[in-house]
Design a protein around this ligand. Sequence first.
Ligand code: ZN
Length: 102
Amino acid sequence: MKRETLLHTLAHRDGGYVCRYCKRPLDPTSYNWNNRAGSLTIDHYVPLSAGGSDELDNMVLSCRFCNMDKGAKLPIQWSSERGIKLKKMKPRPSKPRNKESK
Ligand SMILES: [Zn+2]
């Protein structure tokens, strides 16, 4: 999957280009800008090192700050340390909707 497609898919699933954790709006053109606030990254919700998968279900949009800060911690552990309320992961839709033609 192309990166742009992946970003779009995640944004569509999660309601826009917004950090999963701090809700900061993300600039879709800012993918992996170095060390800039608002920079968009893709985070493994459950870190690979903790047994997370490399599937879409386990990927979320995150700002660079949260991504770096969370690191290899489990989301539940990190969020309780930070006092962040996490949204539940949505189950994967059984069929991709094709409303948008492009
Ligand atoms: Zn964030």
